[in-house]
Design a protein around this ligand. Structure first.
Ligand SMILES: Nc1ncnc2c1ncn2[C@@H]1O[C@H](COP(=O)(O)OP(=O)(O)OP(=O)(O)O)[C@@H](O)[C@H]1O
Length: 307
């Protein structure tokens, strides 16, 4: 098996009294895309800064591509890392091409490479203009181009789709999918959950610096045991009087069925002559996320109340 790209072992980081991260464990494989989710102040940026080597943990170990990111020997590994910070800022007086060429050179890449990246993110037409004339979306695209310099082995992206219009967002995810097939590992922080699910391999949900959940969406869904939504059609209200089904029914005619009863309910529905269609919907990433956060809030309240 290939060496993991990132390993966090029992990592904690505190700022005076505040525990920004507590006992975090994570192994990120080559070509793996991890979605890192949490409310404001959950610790997402802190985790990225630890991986970048900008800060060091108080407890535990961080290893990136086999080295400690704070070590002197980590310089060669940094050239293989791309980082898009939240609210990215650039030198306003320079043109887009000048900015990107500057960053490309820092990573040992050429102006030609910078130009190709500007084309890839769709702002080549504005590359001669000063960055101060760029719209929010154009700045974000420039930020992405900066993160993509040198075909990184590891990409850390903080809110990458903020300010992007729907087509730029779709193009961004296409690039992520493509980089993944080339073996790039990605950590992607986002508050915008719809649309992310199909582009990540695993999700990590954190709150108050602690891991609430880590796994594939299917694993998290199964762990959370969230009901499956089944919408039968053509039954013309028969469900209301069906003793086997009526307890699952909501006011819109959909059935909310526990995962372990899905098959028995489906068999029951399929036996109905008038059934014309059936639609199944598993909990989406947003619902899974809300579930884990609400569970954490309940535990927190119990803890405070001494339960
Ligand atoms: N340099 C610092 N000094 C003191 N506290 C800090 C520092 N950096 C971060 N924190 C605190 O650590 C906690 C985690 O912050 P972090 O920036 O990692 O959160 P986040 O999940 O990225 O939030 P957001 O979604 O708002 O960007 C917050 O309570 C924050 O105020």
């Amino acid at each position: 098996m290939n060496e993991p790209v990132v390993v966090l072992e029992n990592v904690s980081k505190h700022y005076n009294e505040l525990n920004a991260l507590s006992a975090i464990n994570l192994t990120l494989a080559q070509g793996e895309v991890l979605g890192l989710f949490g409310h404001n102040g959950a610790g997402k940026t802190t985790m990225m800064k630890l991986i970048l080597g900008v800060i060091a943990p108080n407890v535990g170990d961080v290893t990136v591509m086999g080295v400690k990111p704070k070590d002197k020997s980590a310089w060669h590994m940094r050239a293989k890392m791309g980082y898009l910070p939240e609210n990215v800022m650039f030198y306003e007086q320079l043109s887009g091409l000048e900015v990107l060429t500057y960053f490309a050179r820092l990573k040992g890449q050429s102006k030609k490479h910078a130009q190709a990246l500007l084309e890839q993110v769709g702002i080549a037409h504005a590359m001669a203009r000063p960055v101060k004339t760029y719209s929010k979306g154009m700045r974000q695209r420039l930020g992405l181009a900066q993160a993509f310099i040198g075909q990184p082995k590891l990409l850390l992206l903080d809110e990458p789709t903020v300010g992007l219009d729907p087509s730029a967002t779709a193009e961004f995810y296409q690039t992520v999918d493509q980089l993944k097939t080339q073996g790039t590992s990605v950590v992607l922080c986002s508050h915008v959950l719809p649309g992310v699910e199909q582009h990540i391999d695993r999700a990590m949900i954190i709150s108050g610096g602690k891991t609430l959940a880590l796994g594939t969406i299917a694993e998290l869904r199964a762990q959370a045991n969230l009901p499956i939504k089944i919408r039968p059609q053509g039954l013309n209200g028969a469900v209301v009087n069906d003793l086997a089904l009526k307890n699952y029914l909501d006011e819109h005619g959909a059935l909310h069925v526990p995962a372990q009863e899905k098959l028995s309910v489906l068999r029951h529905l399929l036996a109905a002559q008038s059934l014309s269609d059936i639609h199944l919907e598993s909990a989406n990433l947003e619902q899974v996320y809300q579930y884990y956060l609400s569970q954490a809030a309940v535990q927190d309240n119990n803890h405070k109340a001494g339960v």
